[in-house]
Write a protein that binds this ligand. Structure first.
Ligand code: JFZ
Length: 448
């Protein structure tokens, strides 16, 4: 990273590789996290003035889509009373789903602080009948249950504070003002609050910035000065001003080749929205979510799945059910995920068949592989999605395989295999241990 371009050097510009590896260690081992989008927009559930937002409009953007006047939007706080919120339960649910960290929206583009802020009154403690600080309650619960907690903070967009940036431009006179003053009077002091007020409970371990509209190197540098006082806090690549942060953030996609040599995290909605929409029931299947997790980790990334709690403070049941099913798989097969990195076989994309046609007569898409591999020293984990009808064979491996077994077999009974120059062949059991992904483990030693 070229620190000379920045008026203020960031931790990434000055640390050694060993320091960086130490700083990123927990994040790289975690591999699976929970994103939570929760704010005043959740009270609307995607409906304003009786009109439903379009399916491709995300719930947390409703103020911007519908150009809701600032005063009307601020009024929503008066009826935000999520009495069903239970931090212990949320964290327990994330943990039972096999997630190792949680990133929650401390302030989204709407400008509403979901925490006790002395800087600005438009926050959950001062402006709602609820009067509690969910971030504090989550920090306490996370510390107790051994889950890491980080905060999403919309540093640039703020649709209710004068001068805050707004995608597609301002729509209310109340939004007029200076962007620099907004940063000095709200964003930067609130980021400082977030970085200091929860430290006694070990939070935050990460800051997740977003949509750096209007952010200049100078202004971003002022935020970096604050971050530099907390050098162990990891941050994403969306601060702006030319800062690259600690990890890349492919959104809603799995990059086909990952980003070799870089840290990255795919974040994904569980239906089609980040913030709660009462009528969006288009939930991804357990199969999709689990195979996506394995796919991401096989490419060397982290996977963060979003949930959108409702205005009463409840994470929708289907979201919970899907994630808990992944947790049950990880209970058995977690060794294939946690602390692993990309597999040794490289990536082979799928292709359109030259001969096979689909029902329309178009070339049929043939997936490259029906399995994905992850690895750590001495182990290769092959998660098999399609149980083969005949012999299972893998590309060649430099390392020498000493044993092959199914992870789901608690006795780790050896499977017959052959390793040759051109391939490894394994005699799998006749039936797949898991209907979605069955993990074959290869124990390895350095080859000659
Ligand atoms: C942003 C937010 O605007 C959105 O509300 C949500 O919080 C999401 C996680 O992040 O949306 C983006 C940001 C970046 C891209 C797409 C949507 N992008 O780079 O493609």
């Amino acid at each position: 990273m070229d620190g000379d371009r920045h008026p203020v050097k960031a931790i990434q510009d000055t640390e050694t590789l060993a320091q960086r590896n130490a700083r990123m260690a927990w994040w790289r081992a975690a591999r699976f996290g929970m994103f939570i989008h929760w704010g005043l927009y959740s009270t609307l559930g995607g409906i304003w003035n009786g009109k439903r937002e379009a399916d491709h409009h995300s719930g947390e953007w409703i103020m911007n889509w519908d150009k809701i006047p600032v005063a009307d939007y601020e009024n929503l706080a008066k009826r935000f009373n999520p009495t069903q919120f239970n931090a212990e339960q949320w964290v327990a649910m994330a943990k039972a789903s096999g997630m190792k960290y949680i990133i929650i929206t401390a302030k989204h583009h709407e400008g509403f602080a979901m925490f006790d802020s002395k800087v600005n009154k438009f926050n959950i403690v001062d402006a709602t009948p609820f009067k509690r600080d969910p971030l504090k309650e989550l920090a306490i619960a996370c510390q107790k249950q051994g889950i890491k907690l980080g905060f999403y903070y919309s540093q640039a967009q703020d649709w209710t504070f004068p001068g805050g940036a707004a995608a597609h431009g301002h729509w209310d006179k109340a939004q007029n003002g200076s962007f620099a003053e907004y940063l000095h009077n709200k964003a930067i002091p609130q980021i400082e609050e977030l970085l200091t007020n929860y430290q006694q409970w070990g939070a935050p371990v990460e800051m997740w910035f977003d949509t750096p509209i209007d952010m200049t190197p100078q202004l971003a540098g002022e935020i970096v000065k604050v971050m530099n006082k907390h050098p162990n806090v990891i941050w994403d690549n969306r601060l702006g001003g030319g800062y690259e942060g600690d990890f890349l953030t492919p959104e809603q996609i799995i990059p086909p080749h990952g980003y070799p040599g870089q840290d990255w995290e795919t974040h994904m909605t569980i239906n089609n929205t980040w913030g709660y929409k009462s009528y969006d029931t288009d939930f991804k299947s357990v199969k999709t979510l689990l195979q996506d997790l394995i796919d991401v980790v096989s490419l060397g990334g982290n996977y963060m799945v979003n949930v959108g709690p409702d205005p009463t403070g409840v994470i929708p049941k289907q979201e919970r059910d899907q994630l808990l099913a992944i947790g049950r798989w990880l209970e058995v097969n977690g060794d294939a995920i946690y602390g692993t990195h990309e597999g040794p076989f490289g990536h082979q994309p799928g292709c359109y068949s030259a001969t096979e046609k689909d029902w329309r007569g178009d070339p049929l898409w043939v997936p490259g592989w029906d399995w994905r591999a992850t690895a750590k020293p001495g182990k290769v984990y092959v998660s098999i999605f399609e149980w083969p009808h005949s012999e299972f064979s893998l590309p060649p491996l430099q390392a020498r395989v000493t044993k092959a077994y199914m992870l789901a077999d608690s006795r780790h009974r050896s499977l017959n295999f052959t390793q040759e120059q051109r391939s490894i062949k394994v005699a799998l059991p006749p039936k797949a241990p898991d209907p979605i992904a069955s993990v074959l483990v290869l124990d390895t030693v350095a080859g000659d």
